[in-house]
Design a protein around this ligand. Structure first.
Ligand code: ARG
Length: 469
C-alpha cells in the first residue's frame, strides 16, 4: 500500500489513489465519505466478497490457495465485526474500502487480489440487495405480529356494536371486529407487496463490473448460485445504475405508513372525550408540562407525523434518479440515506403501533351509543319496505319522511309510534320494531365481507389461514 501521507484517506490510502499525486482536501474526504451510512451493510459486503473470491478460485483467476486464504480472513473479519472486536473505522471512504483495507493489512498482496474483476459499482448494488433480502423479512414479521394482534382483538368484539361512518357522519351499524378486519387487509396487502418486491431483486448484479462487465473469465452464474439468487441481472449498464428497488421498497414503506397514519388518526379521534371509544394505556400516552389533567395520544400523532418523513424519503429517491444518464453516477450513493431512514422509521412505527393497540382498552358502551342518534338504521327501514314490495326509490323517500318526523320530535326512529309510521307508509306493521335495533341491522347484512357475525367470522378464518401460510 502506498505510504505517501498525502494520499492517505483516513488511516488508509483511498482505493483509487494511484493516478493522483496529491491527496484529497480534508473537507473533500468528509464530504464524500459514506461509511456512516453504509457500514450497516458490513456483513452483506463480506458475504458478497466471499462468494466473489470463491468464484475467482474456481475459475483459476486466482489460485485456490489464495482464494481460501482470503475467504478465511474474510470470515475472521466478519466474526470480529459481529462480536464487536473489530470496530469500523469511520475515517474509511466506505465500507468496501474498510473491509478491503483490513484484509490487505492481514494478508498483504493476496488481499490485494480480492477486487479482481469487480468494481464498487456492482459491489454496492449487490450489498443493497443482500441487505434488503436480510432485513425485509424482519419487517414482514412485524407486520404479521400486528395482524395477529388486531385479529386477537377483533375476535373478542364480534358483538361490539359501532357505527360505521361515511363523510365522518354516522352511516350504518357494524361491529368493532368488522372495523378491525378493515385495518388488517391493507396490512396483508403491504406484506404481499414486500414479497413481490423481494422477488424482483432476486438477481445477482455481481460481475456487471464498473459498467461493462469484465474481460476476465468471471462466472456470474456461480456467484449468483453461491449467494442464493435465482439468476443474474441481464444488462451490465442497467445493473450498476438501477435503483428501482430502492424506490419500490420505499413506496411500499410509504403505503404502510399511510395505513398506519389512517389508523392513528382514528385512534386519536377515538380517544377524545367526544368519542371515547378507546382508552390508550398510560404506557403509551404522555402528559402535559402545564395542564395537569392531560393524557395525550402522542405516539399515534408521532406515527402520523413520521409518515411525512417517509414520503420525503420517497420523493428524495425519485428526484435523485430522474435526471441520471447511464450508467453509474455518484449521485447514487445518496440512495442509502433515504432507504435506511425510511426502513428504520417504518419498522419502529409498526412496533410502536402494535404495542399501543395491544395495551389499549375499548369502551363498548360508547361505541354502541354511536349507533343511536344518527339514524344509522334508516337504510334498514327502507330495506324493510322493499321486502313489503315497495320500489326502493319510494322506500327511500318513506324512510326519509320518517327520519324527518323523528328529527322534529327529537326521537330515534324506533321511538316513533306505529301510528306515526303508518301515517307515512301504511304497509308498516308492528314487526318494523324488530328490524330497527342496531344489533339487527348488523346481523341483517349477510353479504360476503359484511358486518354480520358469520361473515366477519369468515374473514377471521381467511386471516387465520393467511397467518398460517
Ligand atoms: N459509496 C458508493 C455508493 O454508494 C460505492 C460505489 C462507489 N463507486 C464509485 N465509482 N465511486 O454508490
Amino acid at each position: 500500500m502506498d505510504s505517501n501521507n498525502n494520499l492517505l484517506q483516513g488511516n488508509h490510502a483511498a482505493l483509487w489513489h494511484g493516478r493522483f499525486s496529491e491527496g484529497p482536501d480534508k473537507e473533500a474526504v468528509e464530504f464524500e465519505t459514506s461509511i456512516y451510512v453504509d457500514s450497516r451493510m458490513a456483513l452483506d459486503d463480506i458475504a458478497g466478497s466471499i462468494a466473489h473470491v470463491k468464484m475467482l478460485g474456481t475459475q483459476g483467476i486466482i489460485s485456490m490457495e489464495e482464494s481460501s486464504k482470503i475467504q478465511s480472513v474474510l470470515e475472521e473479519i466478519k466474526n470480529e465485526i459481529d462480536s464487536g472486536k473489530l470496530t469500523i473505522d469511520n475515517s474509511a471512504e466506505d465500507i468496501h474500502s474498510f473491509i478491503e483495507a483490513v484484509l490487505t493489512d492481514r494478508l498483504g498482496d493476496t488481499g490485494r487480489k480480492l477486487h479482481t474483476g469487480r468494481s464498487r459499482n456492482d459491489q454496492i448494488a449487490l450489498d443493497e440487495r443482500l441487505y434488503l433480502r436480510r432485513v425485509i423479512p424482519d419487517l414482514q414479521n412485524e407486520i404479521k405480529k400486528l395482524v395477529k394482534t388486531l385479529k386477537h382483538i377483533a375476535e373478542q368484539h364480534l358483538d361490539t356494536l359501532l357505527s360505521g361512518y361515511t363523510h365522518m357522519q354516522r352511516a350504518q351499524p357494524v361491529s368493532l371486529a368488522h372495523h378491525l378486519c378493515a385495518w388488517i387487509w391493507p396490512l396483508i396487502r403491504d406484506y404481499e407487496r414486500l414479497s413481490d418486491a423481494l422477488g424482483r431483486i432476486d438477481y445477482s448484479p455481481l460481475g456487471a463490473g464498473a459498467l461493462a462487465g469484465s474481460g476476465l473469465p468471471l462466472d456470474r452464474e456461480l456467484t449468483a448460485e453461491i449467494l442464493g439468487f435465482s439468476g443474474v441481472t441481464p444488462n451490465s449498464l442497467d445493473t450498476v445504475c438501477d435503483r428501482d428497488y430502492c424506490i419500490e421498497f420505499v413506496s411500499d414503506f410509504s403505503l404502510i405508513m399511510t395505513h398506519l397514519s389512517r389508523y392513528c388518526e382514528e385512534v386519536i379521534l377515538w380517544s377524545t372525550e367526544e368519542f371515547k371509544f378507546i382508552n390508550l394505556s398510560e404506557k403509551w400516552s404522555t402528559g402535559s408540562s402545564i395542564m395537569p389533567q392531560k393524557k395525550n395520544p402522542d405516539f399515534a400523532e408521532l406515527i402520523r407525523g413520521r409518515t411525512g418523513l417517509v414520503f420525503g424519503n420517497l420523493m428524495a429517491l425519485l428526484t435523485m434518479m430522474k435526471g441520471l444518464p447511464l450508467s453509474y453516477n455518484r449521485d447514487l450513493q445518496e440512495d442509502k440515506t433515504s432507504l435506511f431512514a425510511a426502513f428504520d422509521t417504518v419498522s419502529s412505527c409498526i412496533r410502536v403501533f402494535t404495542s399501543m393497540i395491544q395495551t389499549a382498552s375499548w369502551n363498548k358502551e360508547k361505541m354502541k351509543s354511536s349507533c343511536y342518534g344518527g339514524y344509522a338504521n334508516a337504510t334498514d327501514l327502507a330495506d324493510y319496505l322493499v321486502k313489503k314490495g315497495i320500489p326502493f326509490r319510494k322506500a327511500h323517500e318513506y324512510s326519509a319522511s320518517c327520519v324527518k318526523l323523528a328529527i322534529g320530535k327529537k326521537l330515534n326512529l324506533e321511538d316513533l309510534s306505529l301510528e306515526d309510521l303508518k301515517n307515512i307508509c301504511p304497509v308498516i306493521e308492528e314487526d318494523v320494531f324488530d328490524i330497527l335495533p342496531p344489533e339487527h341491522c348488523k346481523e341483517a347484512r349477510q353479504t360476503t365481507g359484511g358486518p354480520a357475525n358469520s361473515k366477519v367470522a369468515e374473514q377471521l378464518e381467511l386471516i387465520e389461514n393467511w397467518l398460517k401460510n
